[in-house]
Write a protein that binds this ligand. Structure first.
Ligand code: PEP
Length: 258
């Protein structure tokens, strides 16, 4: 079985309700236009809008074969007195299927560590949602040649602790932090090298079949111009797209970049 190719859009804290609905309607109509020309059944699209749009987004995409909905975060707690938080069960109840966990902005601004992230992944899985787990080094770590070691540790202290059955539900995203929102993209060689390294780690930690079937996305200033050279690499199975996911034309071009 070939692993799934995915293009996921992380909207971050952008789009109010009406803007978000318009963007989704635009994306759907552009995909429908392209779909009549090019068959893309092997590519999945995930939209991760803000929480307030999840339910309506799920309704709009309910009968679309290609598009699924995800949230950008969830609480590490199951329920209760955590004012302002959103639980995995609540996300599930909107009709969404995916949850981004461990985005570098969550790690940096909200101090989420490997322990918190593991708790979140556990709850996501318990609620029959699929985690999109992000990893990646900061610039100083790359400059000092520690990027492989850093990513290895991020994975070993979190998702590698889960059993095979659970691990197979996880989508990975390699996002070098120096490339996120900076306009500086990792070179196709840098992306391939790290994706291949991650796949080897999965093989050693689980087995070859699981490694071959794990979808590993690249994220970091991926856009309509550079997506095809990034996606052409054998171990790059698609992208997690920030800025360029907010424009329907660009995002749909990225989906059709394979
Ligand atoms: C992201 O936020 O996951 C991301 C990759 O952002 P950008 O595409 O804007 O660099």
């Amino acid at each position: 079985m070939m692993r799934k190719k995915i293009v996921a859009g992380n909207w971050k804290m952008n789009m109010n309700f009406d803007e978000g609905i318009k963007l989704i309607e635009n994306i759907i109509s552009k995909i429908n236009m392209k779909a009549s020309l090019v068959d893309k059944k092997d590519t999945g699209v995930i939209l991760a809008p803000p929480f307030i749009i999840l339910q309506k987004a799920s309704e709009l995409c309910f009968d679309n074969q290609m598009i699924s909905i995800g949230s950008q975060n969830c609480s590490q707690h199951e329920k209760g007195a955590f004012t302002g938080e959103i639980s995995a069960a609540m996300i599930k109840s909107t009709g969404a299927n995916y949850v981004i966990i461990g985005h570098s902005e969550r790690r940096k601004y909200f101090h989420e560590n490997n322990e918190t992230l593991s708790e979140k992944v556990k709850l996501v899985l318990e609620n029959n949602l699929f985690p999109i787990f992000c990893c990646g080094e900061i610039l100083s770590e790359r400059k000092s040649g520690r990027h492989f070691e850093v990513v290895k540790k991020q994975l070993e202290e979190t998702i590698f602790k889960f059993n095979k059955n659970d691990f197979q539900k996880i989508v990975l995203a390699y996002e070098p932090v120096w490339a996120i929102g900076t306009g500086v993209t990792a070179s196709p060689e840098q992306a391939q090298e790290m994706h291949n390294f991650i796949r080897e780690l999965i093989k050693n930690n689980f087995n070859k079949d699981i490694a071959e079937q794990t979808t590993i996305l690249y994220g970091g200033s991926c856009n309509a111009k550079n997506a095809s050279t990034l996606f052409a690499n054998p171990d790059v199975d698609g992208g997690l797209i920030g800025g360029a996911s907010l424009k329907a034309d660009d995002f749909v071009d990225i989906i059709y970049s394979f």
